[in-house]
Design a protein around this ligand. Structure first.
Ligand code: ADP
Length: 364
C-alpha cells in the first residue's frame, strides 16, 4: 500500500514467537489462503481453503490452482490474470471457482507475487473471501427488479389507454373539471412510466440486453427538441442552447437513447437547482468528437460524491435538508448509454454553485 507507513521495518528480524503468531493468523483466518511456487505448484493451503473447496491439504499440495478452475470465465480473463501477476502486480477480481464436488462458488480474490530482495518472484499468494451468498442475493434482487417492472408495465399501459378514452368521451361543463383531473392523472402516469422504464433499463443493462438502434442524424435538432419539450414542463427555468457557432454534426447513434440521456441530465439540472432560473446547454465539436454540456446553477455536488453518482442507485443526501425525489437510476443508465456509444459522461461540480454534466461522443 502506497503512502501507508509500515509499522514493521522491512528487514526486521522476526523471532520464532513472531512467526508462530503470523502462522496462527493465517491458519485461523476465515479467508482462504494458498501459496504456490513461481510455476503455480501449490505448496501451502490453510484450513479455510480446505473447508471452502472441499480439497484436503494432501489433495491440494503439488497440484496447480487448476483444480479449482471453473472454466466459467473467458480464456482472456485467465490470460489477464497471469499477465498481471507475472509482471509483478497484484491481481484482484471476482472469480468463479469450483469446489471438489463440482459446485461453483464466487470469490473476491487477490493473487500477489512475493519477491526476493532482487525483485524475482519466488511465490504467489492467493487470498479470497467466499462471496457466493452476496452474489446470489444481488442476482435475486436483479431478477426481482426485472419481474416487478414487467408486472407493473401491463396494468400501467391499460390505465393509460382508459384515461385517453375517458378524455375523449368527456364533454360539457362537468367534463371540463374532469379533464383537469385527467390531466393530472396523465402527469402521474407519465412519471410512473419513466420510473418503470428506468427499472426495466437497469435490469436490461445488468443482463446485457439493453438494445440500441443506430441511425445517422444531426445532433443539434435533437438537442433543440428535448429542450423544447422540457421547457414546457418548467416555468421557472429558462433553458438556453449555445451552439457556440459550431456547425451541426451528423452522428451514428441511437437517437431515442441519446434523447433519454439529454432528458435525464436536463431533468436533474431543473430538479437540483430550485433557486436558479437558467440552465445552459453547450455544444462543441472537433474533427473527431462532439461534446454536449449541461450546466445548472444549483446545489452542486461535493467532491466526495462526484465519482459515485454514476453508480447504480447512488444518491446524495446532504443537499441542505431538502429531499429531492428520485431513485438514483438516471445517471447510471445515462453513463451506460454513452459508454455503449464509445463516449464518456463526465461531471464538474462545486457544492453550492452548480454542476456541468458533459457527454462526449466520437464521430465515426
Ligand atoms: P436521482 O436524481 O433520481 O436521484 P440520478 O442517477 O439522476 O438519480 O442522480 C444521482 C444523484 O446525483 C442524485 O441523487 C443527486 O444527488 C446527484 N445529482 C445528479 N444530477 C445533479 C445535479 N445537476 N446537481 C446536483 N446533484 C445532482
Amino acid at each position: 500500500m502506497r503512502n501507508t507507513k509500515r509499522t514493521v521495518p522491512k528487514k526486521a528480524v522476526y523471532t520464532d514467537a513472531d512467526l508462530q503468531k503470523f502462522f496462527i493468523a493465517v491458519e485461523q483466518t476465515a479467508d482462504a489462503v494458498f501459496m504456490t511456487d513461481p510455476k503455480g505448484i501449490i505448496g501451502y493451503v490453510n484450513p479455510a481453503f480446505e473447508k471452502i473447496t472441499g480439497f484436503s491439504e494432501a489433495e491440494a499440495l503439488g497440484q496447480t490452482p487448476n483444480i479449482i478452475k471453473s472454466g466459467q470465465h473467458e480464456p482472456d480473463f485467465y490470460k489477464k490474470l497471469w499477465r498481471t501477476i507475472l509482471s509483478g502486480e497484484t491481481f484482484r477480481d471476482i472469480v468463479i471457482n469450483k469446489k471438489k464436488n463440482g459446485e461453483f462458488f464466487f470469490t473476491d480474490h487477490t493473487i500477489t507475487p512475493l519477491k526476493d530482495e532482487n525483485g524475482n518472484i519466488i511465490h504467489f499468494v492467493g487470498i479470497w473471501k467466499d462471496i457466493t451468498d452476496k452474489v446470489q442475493t444481488e442476482k435475486r434482487k436483479d431478477e426481482f427488479i426485472s419481474i416487478a417492472s414487467h408486472e407493473l408495465k401491463t396494468p400501467l399501459t391499460s390505465i393509460k389507454v382508459f384515461t385517453e378514452i375517458l378524455k375523449k368521451s368527456l364533454n360539457g361543463e362537468a367534463g371540463e373539471k374532469a379533464h383537469k383531473y385527467l390531466q393530472r392523472l396523465d402527469e402521474q402516469i407519465g412519471k410512473l412510466t419513466t420510473l418503470i422504464g428506468d427499472l426495466l433499463d437497469i435490469s436490461k443493462i445488468q443482463s446485457g440486453h439493453l438494445d440500441f438502434h443506430k441511425e445517422y442524424f444531426f445532433i443539434a435538432p435533437l438537442i433543440k427538441e428535448v429542450i423544447e419539450d422540457l421547457q414546457d414542463s418548467t416555468q421557472k427555468h429558462h433553458i438556453v442552447f449555445n451552439q457556440n457557432n459550431q456547425a451541426d454534426v451528423e452522428i451514428y447513434a441511437d437517437r431515442d437513447r441519446l434523447g433519454q440521456v439529454m432528458v435525464n441530465l436536463l431533468t436533474n439540472a431543473i430538479k437540483y437547482s430550485p433557486q436558479a432560473d437558467k440552465i445552459v446547454v453547450d455544444m462543441k465539436n472537433s474533427d473527431v468528437s462532439v461534446e454536449v454540456g449541461i450546466t445548472d446553477f444549483g446545489v452542486g455536488i461535493s467532491q466526495e460524491h462526484l465519482e459515485k453518482i454514476f453508480d447504480r442507485f447512488y444518491r446524495v443526501y446532504d443537499n441542505d435538508d431538502i429531499t429531492y425525489p428520485g431513485l438514483g437510476m438516471g445517471l447510471y443508465i445515462s453513463s451506460e448509454i454513452i459508454k455503449y456509444h464509445g463516449g464518456k459522461l463526465n461531471v464538474k461540480s462545486k457544492k453550492g454553485s452548480g454542476s456541468t454534466f458533459t457527454f462526449t461522443l466520437p464521430l465515426e
